[in-house]
Structure formats: structure tokens, C-alpha cells
Design a protein around this ligand. Structure first.
Ligand SMILES: Nc1nc2c(ncn2[C@@H]2O[C@H](COP(=O)(O)OP(=O)(O)OP(=O)(O)O)[C@@H](O)[C@H]2O)c(=O)[nH]1
Length: 639
């Protein structure tokens, strides 16, 4: 079952990239034929990214001559890094002060970065994929968590507070999917090849991936898993503890790496991690043992949105300084206005990102086209789409007026404007902003309704796959899981097997004690079976008093012990009924995928035959089917 499409769309939609710039850059970045000019064009539409990109290009780590043009910076930093930066920055910009209260955005990004750097470092030793690709996939491999924090802020907050240790499990219970599934599907949506997107699904528990042990997907999953464990430990416990824990992690052994090699990668990643954290305005990771990363308060200079006509207006005034003194003085006098003035466009854009102005006034430029260009640039960004823009023009010049309106200006004023008119115009601005605000709230509400609908649809899907009496996944779910496991097993040539389990003489329970007691027995047996299965196995109620265990990674040989464990567990179960202790037994039939089985149904028929043989043999025993024959499994019985 995959994450509902609308949730992926809504999450991607809300990923804070100015006018989808991050995704557009990623698209370009994946195309080999992309030129620096194409990328430059996109980057330049995002002032924050441009500024930060330049900062990186000119930082000490890249050395040599400083660059100033964006295209020079892109050449210096490398097109791939620009793509990575675009995604990382754009996600941070808006999410840093998101609404999911229990979700630590700062720590999330700090850990994602650390994971990306460690993954790239380890990747250089393992040679599993180009290190830069490993970097960006690891950076985004927990993006599903950010998406859930964005689309279900309140629900996720509750889950983080109530079940911090098994968040994914709690999410599955609440939403029907977990953040790891969402991450993998979002990565696939971004166009990341499956071999690099799928590790996101299993990086928290690589042993559950079901991939053939030495296959490339399994190795990649272990690589992401190790990078995750190390980065998680780094943000929570610091370097010293993390280094000590390397020996206890299974990842290095699975990847053929020594403790020393992993430790070296960790050391190398740390200085880069600190540098990047600085660049991204994240709190500098602490290297002290046991020290948790202190979240810094996000710079939220923007005030609440204008709701009423008296609310305070944040105004930016841009022009060739000196000539606008009069206007600035008037704005200072106007009611409820805070105006800041800039003569430098870059400075103004930087300030705009910080304070999110509601009104921008463009002064007269000697060269009118410069003002128009600036207006078009503002309109091309996410925040700039909704800003109210006024231009100071000579109203007798009709051509000029037409040009400024075409560039995206909302209203024109004369340089000789007086206070009464300015005040009155502010009323109009406030009215427009209030309308916009209502519209945005309505949109957010609609989006929320769509998310809720998708969730309830998902819950219905989950219900349709769940047995109501026992809470186990039902026959439909079993068939779907078997189909999936079957194709994976055929591809990987790994064995897969099933156990058919049937309660013995169950009819007698019903006949003697009544149906409600029969139901209780079914529930108790289901509970005991569920408690016995491993994480890599699934247990299903197929109907009536019949259950199925599916192992997608092991054959009969591996299942024999599990089968005997289940048999004993149920035989030892005592269910209190009318002051009596009721005891039941089960019969079990095993089968595995064999070359003559064309489909998984054939394997099920084989398991059924084995079960039938177990019943015929006297029940409370195990039979298996192999090479068209049934065999009694003789396990030394315990009393
Ligand atoms: N209480 C209860 N009984 C059920 C449910 N579903 C099926 N049954 C009963 O399960 C019993 C199955 O009986 P049989 O198929 O004859 O099998 P059995 O008595 O277990 O005998 P063997 O399988 O041969 O050991 C029937 O009496 C069904 O009515 C259920 O959800 N609740």
C-alpha cells in the first residue's frame, strides 16, 4: 500500500521552495545537458539561495580567488552542489519555524546534514554509488518526516510526545503509513532511481529490507542505515559516545569496514558538518559527549499577517537614496506603518526575506527598466507573489505607467503624494492584504480537508485489510504481501516460505462453550502467534480458525524452528473460561517456493496439503511439503 498521492502532492507543494525552484533545479540538475546559464537563471530567481551560494563559493573551504557572479559561483561550487543547496536551503527557509510543536526542525536538519556527510564519506570506501549522489539521497532520506510535520503538524506532534521510541509504528497506527515510506516515495517522485530511493524506506531498520544479503540494494540499505545510526547518535550523544558505539553496530561488518575506517570518516565529516551548519544557520553541532544540540530560536522577524484594517504594515522602500527622504518621513508619520529603506537591491531582497514585507514601494529609477526588472524578480518568488507593490511614477507618462503595471506593480503614486492620500492608500493596501489573508486561510483549510479525506480513505483501506476480531492483517492483506514477496523472491532468488496454521477441533470449543468463547480463543491465539513472529515475518488471519505465517527471506529450513516454537507456545496457552483453563493446540503445514510452483498459489496449495497431513496424523504436529511429497517434521517433543 503506498502513501496517498494527494499527500505527496500536498507535501511537495508545501516544500518551501520559492516558486518550486528547488524542484526545478533538481530537474535541471538531473539532466546532463543542463548548462550553467540555465541553472544560473533559476538560482538568480531566489535571492536567499544566490546569497548563500556566493557565501559557499567564497568560503575558506573552497579556497582560491573569490567569485561574485552567480554563474562563476556555480562553476566553482559545482552544478551538483548547487542542486543540493537549493533543496536544503529551500526546505529550511520555511520549515524552520513550522507549526509541528514537538518536532525539532533544527535537529532534524542538523542530523540530515550529518547523515549526508557521513554517507558520502562511507560511500567513498564502499564504492556503491557516486559519493555526491549518496550525499543528496541521504540528505533527503528523512524528508517524509518533514512532510508529515508539514501536513499533519498536530497529529505528528502528539505521536512524538506519546511514542517517541517507535514513531514509525505509531504513525502506521494513526495514518496507515510511516515517514520512511513517505520519504522513499517522495524521493522516487523527485526522480531518484529506485536503488537510491528505497534505502530511505529501510534505513531505520535495514535488516527488514528483505534484500539478498550481499546484493547492491542490501549494501546500500546498510550504508544508509549506518549513516543514520551514526548521525542520530552524533546529535543526541556527541562524538565521544558515537565513536564508542561503532563497535556495537552491525553496519560496518555488513559493509566490510573496520571500526577505524568508520571512525576516520566520522572525524572527517565533523568539520564539514560544522561548516555546513554555519552556512545553513543551524546551531553548531556540539562535539561534547552527552550534549544535546540546543535548538536556537529561529529568527522570526515577520509579524502576524494583517487581519484587520488597523494592523501594523511592514513596508520596504527602495530607491536611489536621498530622493525618497520625503516619502520615508511621510511613511513614518502614516498610521501603523514601519518602513525600512534600501538603495541597494540585493540588500533590499535580503531584508525582504527576513521581514516578509507586505508592501514594497519602488521609487523612480533613472533607468526605469531597472525598477521593472526588480519588480519582475520579486514577483517570480513565492513571497513576492503576494506582496503589494507600489511604484512612484510620473502619472502624465502613460507609457511608463503601462510598463510598470506590466512588470507586476499593483498601484502607482506620485512622488509629490501627501499624507492624507498616503494614509488612504494604506487603507486600500490593508483591505487587499486582509482579503489575501482570508483566501490563504481558506486554501489552507481546503488543503487540510483534502489531507483528512486522504487519511480517512487510507484508514478505510487499512480496515479492509485488517481482521476485525483479532486485529491481524486479513486474507486480502496476506495475498497482497505474498504476491509482493513472491516477485522479490523470484528476482533475488532468495527462498520464501509459508506456514498454514489451524486450531485443532475448534468446532468443539464453539459447541461446548459458545461462539463468544470461541471468539476469545481466536483472539488469544492470534495474540500469542503475533508475539512469536519475527520482524521479517508476517502473520495473518486467513479466515475461521486458520492463520498464515509468511517469511519472505527464509525457506523451510529456517521456518522449522519457528513452527515448533509456535506449536509449543499455543499448546502452553491457557485461556480462562468459566473458572476453567481452556487449552487448544494447532496443526501446521509448511511449504516453500519451489521451481515447479508457477505462482504463489501453488505454494499455498502445497502448504495446505501439509496441513491436511498434520490433521490426518492426529493434530498438534507439523508437516512440510517438498518435491510433491508431504513429510512429518519430527522435532523432539517437550512435555
Ligand atoms: N467463534 C468463532 N468461530 C468461528 C469463527 N470462524 C469460524 N468459526 C468456527 O470454526 C469452526 C471450524 O470448524 P472445522 O472446520 O470443522 O474445524 P475444527 O473443528 O477446528 O476441526 P479440525 O480443523 O479438523 O481440527 C466452525 O465451527 C466455525 O463455525 C469465528 O470468527 N468465531
Amino acid at each position: 500500500m503506498s502513501t496517498p498521492r494527494i499527500l505527496l502532492d500536498n507535501a511537495a507543494d508545501k516544500l518551501p521552495s520559492p516558486d518550486g525552484i528547488a524542484l526545478a533545479i533538481m530537474e535541471l540538475w538531473q539532466d546532463e545537458n543542463t548548462t550553467v546559464d540555465q541553472l544560473t537563471q533559476l538560482v538568480q530567481a531566489d535571492p536567499a539561495l544566490s546569497g548563500r551560494l556566493l557565501k559557499l563559493a567564497n568560503s575558506a573551504s573552497l579556497g582560491s580567488r573569490p567569485v561574485s557572479p552567480i554563474n562563476g559561483a556555480i562553476v566553482k561550487v559545482g552544478m551538483k552542489t548547487v542542486g543540493q543547496l537549493a533543496v536544503a536551503f529551500s526546505l529550511i527557509d520555511k520549515e524552520v519555524d513550522g507549526q509541528c510543536e514537538a518536532f525539532d526542525y533544527q535537529q532534524f536538519w542538523s542530523q540530515s546534514l550529518c547523515m549526508a556527510l557521513v554517507c558520502r564519506g562511507l560511500g567513498r570506501l564502499c564504492n556503491l554509488a557516486p559519493p555526491d549522489e549518496l550525499f543528496s539521497c541521504a540528505l533527503m532520506s528523512r524528508i517524509g518526516l518533514l512532510a508529515l510535520a508539514t501536513i499533519y503538524p498536530h497529529e505528528l506532534s502528539e505521536l512524538i510526545e506519546s511514542t517517541p521510541r517507535d514513531l514509525a509504528g505509531a504513525e502506521r497506527g494513526r495514518f496507515g503509513f510511516d515517514h520512511n515510506e513517505v520519504s522513499a516515495e517522495m524521493l522516487a517522485d523527485f526522480g531518484v532511481p529506485p536503488v537510491l530511493a528505497e534505502p530511505a524506506r529501510f534505513h531505520e531498520r535495514p535488516e527488514q529490507s528483505g534484500y539478498a544479503p550481499r546484493s547492491r540494494p542490501a549494501q546500500l540499505t546498510h550504508l544508509f542505515g549506518l549513516a543514520f545510526r551514526l548521525s542520530d547518535s552524533m546529535v543526541r550523544a556527541g562524538l565521544e559516545q558515537t565513536e564508542k558505539s561503532i563497535e556495537t553496530l552491525p553496519g560496518p561488518r555488513r559493509l566490510g569496514l573496520s571500526t577505524e575506517q568508520v571512525s576516520e570518516v566520522l572525524q572527517q565529516s565533523i568539520s564539514e558538518w560544522q561548516e555546513w551548519s554555519h552556512l545553513l544557520d543551524l546551531p553548531s553541532p556540539s562535539l561534547q559527549p552527552g550534549a544535546e544540540t540546543e535548538p536556537e530560536t529561529a529568527p522570526t522577524t515577520a509579524g502576524p499577517e494583517t487581519d484587520d484594517e488597523d494592523a501594523h504594515l511592514r513596508v520596504l522602500l527602495i530607491g536611489q537614496w536621498g530622493r525618497e527622504h520625503r516619502l520615508k518621513a511621510l511613511l513614518d508619520e502614516a498610521r501603523g506603518v514601519t518602513a525600512q529603506c534600501y538603495s541597494d537591491q540585493k540588500e533590499m531582497l535580503r531584508a525582504a526575506l527576513q521581514i516578509r514585507p507586505q508592501l514594497i514601494i519602488l521609487a523612480e529609477h533613472e533607468d526605469r527598466e531597472t525598477g521593472n526588472k526588480l519588480c519582475r524578480l520579486i514577483r517570480s518568488t513565492e513571497w513576492g507573489r503576494l506582496v503589494y507593490i507600489m511604484a512612484i511614477v510620473d502619472k502624465s507618462d502613460c507609457d511608463q505607467m503601462a510598463q510598470v503595471f506590466r512588470a507586476g506593480v499593483d498601484a502607482c503614486i506620485q512622488s509629490q503624494i501627501g499624507l492624507p492620500e498616503l494614509d488612504a492608500r494604506m487603507v486600500a493596501v490593508r483591505r487587499m492584504l486582509a482579503l489575501q489573508n482570508t483566501w490563504q486561510k481558506d486554501r489552507a483549510e481546503l488543503r487540510q480537508i483534502a489531507n483528512e479525506l486522504a487519511l480517512s480513505q487510507r484508514r478505510m483501506e487499512v480496515l479492509s485489510l485488517t481482521d476485525q476480531l483479532t486485529g491481524l492483517p486479513n486474507r486480502r492483506a496476506a495475498l497482497a504481501a505474498m504476491k509482493q514477496a513472491w516477485s522479490m523472491s523470484c528476482r533475488s532468488e532468495l527462498p520464501m516460505s509459508v506456514i498454514m496454521i489451524d486450531i485443532d477441533h475448534f468446532k468443539r470449543v464453539n459447541d461446548t462453550f459458545g461462539h463468544p468463547v470461541g471468539d476469545r480463543v481466536l483472539m488469544e491465539v492470534a495474540k500469542a502467534l503475533r508475539a512469536e513472529v519475527r520482524e521479517s515475518e508476517g502473520i495473518y488471519r486467513m479466515g475461521g480458525e486458520e492463520f498464515l505465517l509468511l517469511s519472505s527471506t527464509g525457506g523451510i529450513k529456517q521456518l522449522v524452528i519457528a513452527a515448533e516454537r509456535l506449536r509449543r507456545r499455543i499448546a502452553a496457552l491457557r485461556i480462562e473460561v468459566e473458572q476453567e483453563l481452556l487449552q487448544v493446540t494447532i496443526s501446521l503445514g509448511l511449504a516453500e517456493r519451489e521451481p515447479e510452483h508457477e505462482r504463489f498459489d501453488a505454494m499455498l496449495v502445497a502448504a495446505d496439503k501439509a496441513l491436511y497431513a498434520a490433521k490426518a496424523h492426529g493434530r498438534n504436529c507439523i508437516f512440510y511439503h517438498r518435491k510433491q511429497q508431504v513429510h512429518h517434521l519430527k522435532v523432539p517433543r517437550q512435555p
